[in-house]
Write a protein that binds this ligand. Structure first.
Ligand code: ADP
Length: 529
């Protein structure tokens, strides 16, 4: 019986031993087998790889899989080889291969043995490879971690931008499947545009991870002691603690060890042997905790990680979502705790200095979203999902009470007049300013831009000076989530009015707001500066 006439479920069982597809997998695979271009947005752990692996194994020809990291490719190749009789079924093509190895890869492809060919985007630009692939039967092209195409994604890789040109040279008709776990509306748009697959059938899974509990604590001088206490309260459970620097990783791992916690450090500065050893210890449950830089985690598939702690706040919500996504993959408890201090934000800002202006603007805008997340008093899950373009109502949505803010809600107060004031100012100032400018205008704080635009000569200037800047910033965040206004991404965050906002200005009766958290050495003033 030809392979294609066997049901997809049977194929799944045959190759992977799984009984059923998860979520959108079957639909994605069916589309790809129908030669459609496909775009898949699925959270980490959702089962993206199978969406291209299975159709590749089922079809004639070789699927090219573009992936950004050698380690990820190797893991996948090993896994595929494990389920096949022939090692040639999957290959990685990269610059470290000898001439003989490359010839072997080519032979396996020409002989129809290789079903999956993994390549880094840099390798795919090599003339020799492009010329070779042109003459071969290619089933489709998979672009894994497709957000690398976008400057608005968290790991922009300029080489990803050349993919379309290369595909055109190999065979412009081969179907393309793009896959990512992070796609804000802007990143999505960039991916579709850049790969020129605007008609792709898009499958987007929900980003809600209802079993994860989100919490933010102020970062004080006692942070190490606080982390130690937290881990001791979760004795015997697995967790990851992320730090920004290698030095901090080493120091904190030591603190934990001294306190009797089974912890190992992990960062790119350790030699390869130690890294593998420490990673394996964690996977094999010989230690409870890995203290790591973000070098740790890509491709780590440990189902029972019970907590992910961020000693330092990450540089974007995407990164935070990705890193916390490693908790509770088995559906069980997953506590995501982040320590926040505005000083850390300033540190991250400093890292960006010296980069091209556009990159700085993007970095700054992404970081401000992170500040928003940390300081907000609304549902953190709702905040994250809003960021990914997904609506969520904490009162009815799954996991709606799973964060510190929802468990201990701050009192709410009526803010209908202030919301109207805000909407009025944003509109009257011409919908041309970002949140921090609007706050300055409303509290009546002038600066070079404000005076050069003569904003201080309007009667709305200072119309909200009776309230603190933090109050206005909180209200802006809340009306963003309420979809009265939106941030225009192209202009790095200019606030624009939405229909519901204009309507509210006319007829709004009530808006209950909660003030944001304030942090001791925190600098809402810095936000405003
Ligand atoms: P992603 O790339 O979206 O992060 P993976 O492709 O790594 O996710 O899949 C996560 C885990 O789920 C893997 O261990 C994979 O083997 C498993 N998995 C994927 N699809 C299925 C399925 N249909 N049934 C059971 N397990 C699955």
């Amino acid at each position: 019986m030809p392979e294609s006439s066997i049901g997809l479920e049977e194929q799944l069982k045959k190759y992977f031993g799984f009984d059923q597809f998860r979520g959108l997998q079957k639909k994605v695979i069916t589309s790809l087998l129908n030669k459609e271009d496909v775009f898949v947005i699925m959270p980490t752990g959702g089962g993206k790889s199978l969406c291209y692996q299975l159709p590749a194994l089922m079809q004639e020809g070789t699927a090219i899989v573009v992936s950004p990291l050698i380690a990820l490719m190797k893991n996948q190749v090993d896994a595929i080889r494990g389920i096949s009789d022939h090692d040639g079924v999957a290959h990685v093509l990269n610059s470290s291969l000898s001439k003989t190895d490359v010839q072997q890869v080519k032979d396996d492809i020409s002989n129809g043995i290789t079903k999956l060919l993994y390549v880094a985007p840099e390798s795919l630009t090599k003339e020799e490879y492009v010329d070779f692939l042109k003459g071969e039967k290619i089933s489709f092209l998979a672009v894994d971690e497709a957000h690398c195409i976008s400057e608005w994604g968290h790991d922009f890789r300029p080489e990803y931008r050349n993919l379309r040109k290369i595909i055109d040279r190999i065979d412009e008709r081969i179907p393309i499947i793009g896959l990512t776990a992070t796609a804000t509306p802007k990143v999505q748009e960039d991916i579709l545009k850049n790969l020129q697959i605007s008609d792709a059938t898009t499958y987007q899974a929900s980003f809600n991870r209802p079993n994860l509990f989100y919490e933010v604590r102020p970062k004080t001088a006692q942070v190490d002691a606080d982390i130690t206490r937290f881990i001791k309260q979760h004795e015997g459970k697995s967790g990851i603690v992320y730090c920004l620097s290698r030095k901090r990783v080493e120091e904190l791992a030591q603190v934990l060890q001294v306190n009797g916690i089974d912890a190992v450090p992990y960062h790119a500065g350790l030699d390869a042997k130690t890294r593998v050893l420490h990673q394996d210890k964690f996977l094999m449950e010989d230690c409870d905790v890995v203290v790591a830089t973000i070098a740790f985690g890509m491709g780590i598939d440990k189902p029972d990680v019970r907590f992910v702690i961020h000693h330092d706040i990450p540089k974007s919500i995407e990164s935070y979502y990705q890193e916390t996504g490693r908790a509770g993959r088995d559906g069980g408890e997953g506590h995501c705790l982040a320590y926040y201090s505005y000083k850390d934000i300033e540190k991250l800002e400093k890292f960006m200095a010296g980069k091209p202006i556009a990159e700085q603007e993007i970095g700054h805008a992404l970081l401000q979203e992170m500040v928003g997340y940390a300081e907000t008093s609304m549902s953190r899950r709702q905040f994250i999902l809003h960021y990914f373009g997904e609506e969520f109502d904490p009162a009815t949505g799954e996991g709606g009470d799973m964060d510190d803010n929802m468990r201990n809600p701050k009192p709410q107060k009526e803010a209908v007049d202030d919301v109207k004031k805000l909407i009025h100012v944003i509109g009257a100032a011409g919908q041309r300013y970002k949140a921090k400018d609007i706050v300055n205008i409303i509290i009546g704080k002038t600066n070079a831009m404000i005076s050069s635009h003569k904003l201080d000569q309007h009667d709305f200037f200072g119309s909200g000076k009776d309230k603190e800047p933090t109050y206005w910033m909180a209200l802006i965040r809340q009306i963003l989530v309420a979809q009265y206004i939106k941030k225009d991404i192209e202009s790095y965050g200019t606030l624009r009015l939405l229909k519901a906002g204009k309507e509210f200005l006319k007829n709004g009766k009530s808006f209950m707001m909660t003030e944001d958290h304030t942090y001791p050495e925190n600098a809402s003033t810095t936000v405003i500066a």
